[in-house]
Design a protein. Sequence first.
Length: 591
Amino acid sequence: MQLGDYQMPKTVHNDLLNTFRNMQPTPIRTSLYAALFLTAFMALTSIGFFARINLLIEQERPGTLIAYLGLWGICWFCLMVAAMQPNRIVRWFWAIALSLSIAASQGYYLISGSELGPYDVLSLWQASHELGRAIDQYVPAAIWFSFVFVTSLAGFLLFPSPRHSLWKAHGSKLCWVPVIPVMLICTILLMKEGGGSQGLPQHFAPLAVSGVTLAKSAAQPEQTRTAPTIKPHARPGVRNIVMLVDESVRADYVNLTQGNVFTPMLADRARQILNFGASASGGNCSHYSNALIRLSATRGNIVNSIKQNPTIWQYAKLAGYRTVFIDAQASINKNASRFQNFMTVTEAADIDRIVTFDDIVTPNLDQELMKVVNEELSGPVPVFIYANKNGAHFPYQHGYPEDEVVFDVGEPTQVTVSKEAIIKSYINNIRWNVDRLLSHFLDSADLSETLMLYTSDHGQVLNPGSMTHCSVENPNPREGLVPMLAMTQHPETLRRLKESVPQSWQKTSHFQLVPTILNAMGYASNQVAKVHGASLFDSPQPQGNGFSSGDIFGLFHQEVRWNELALDKAYLEAEAAALVEKSETARLDTK
């Protein structure tokens, strides 16, 4: 008998077949595994769940605790319904939407250490053009986002196609059920004026937070911006005015002390600079700070003034200035075709020239910006220029040429993990885009009829993996720490600013910029002060200094989050201080 002639007994064949079938997971068993996986994933990615339970127990609020746990239960049930949808298109829709929600939540939490709230969403939406640079800066968060998204997506797709006839027939009718927890969380957010979403399932909470925030933003009533109520009392006091707003430059990294390692070239030109020391920004986000300045908001009434006051362009046009806006960030943000920092078409109608830059490598952007500034200053008519530098925007190592490195930061990947490398890269950027550039400007520009005011939109926190700025809750004071410099050779303006510097040293804020500009344009000081407050020519305001964080447009309520800032405090990191000490020691040794 040949081997091929052998036939397995039928009973043995059936026994083996049944054994193999028993080894295969049944649809019910697979569904159970998938449900357990998604449940575990939902629990592991929760933020603040047990902390909120403990808080409610300690506060003896059993009703709220039951409602909280009930909402979690509803979210879990709706998650399972979404994952078991018999219609593949519906299941894929919910899988992608809910997975994006939880991935965004986890990525943001890794960076900021806090949950995604309404004001965070508003800030992120306004800064959406920064996505590419944010990914470069927060590589671990981007990797974690991708991992969470793919893992969550896999959890949904683990569920087998339903075979039960009843569910196959009627399951699609429940395709809208996952909307329920989103709407419930939206209701909580509206009742609590943007709060109440903490500790809720992250498959649903970020969707609700984003929906409410963007809807409230779109529903904001159109405010009528008033025309200037004060008029220039004389011809412009200064022929040309430049408002130069840098990006992410912190005050304590702009130093006019001879031999310092941060801005040594500017220190050599200290006599040409009026230095008001550390100052407080209007906000700790680029778009908020720039809007507060351009829209001439006042500290005492930010929400109403930012929507109703005349813009800086309106004031400039009334005073007889040509208006120019230069944006060195638009092209790098792939934003050359649309406005940013809350600029609208209505605002832009009062701007005579808008300049952005295409096909310019990042290290050269600010150089091109200053070329336009010099070009406009040599023009035939008085000009007011508002310029947004690219400055020290993260990733810092992209902002300067490789052959201009002062401090070696090692391998590029090191910059994302080492605080010392981050600080060295930041200093390299400051030296290239601030120290070198402003020094060249001072050497070449004729400031006899020009006033340049220089500040930054916000400061920076130089900790690996953490939010550098734009925190809403309890922001690091370094986020609002900015320089305040003035440069002019106009005799009367120079005299007034020199007299003001001693009394205003480390007591100024962004809110003094517009009054200063209006004074220089020829508006009467006393009239300006009544509407906009004190200028840099005046004594500092008595209420102290600080900066806003989060919403400044009254999205949920009229009170702006205010963060007091002690400008006379030392904020320099130990790693930066060590570089200063090392440099000073080397300088003394060479004498």
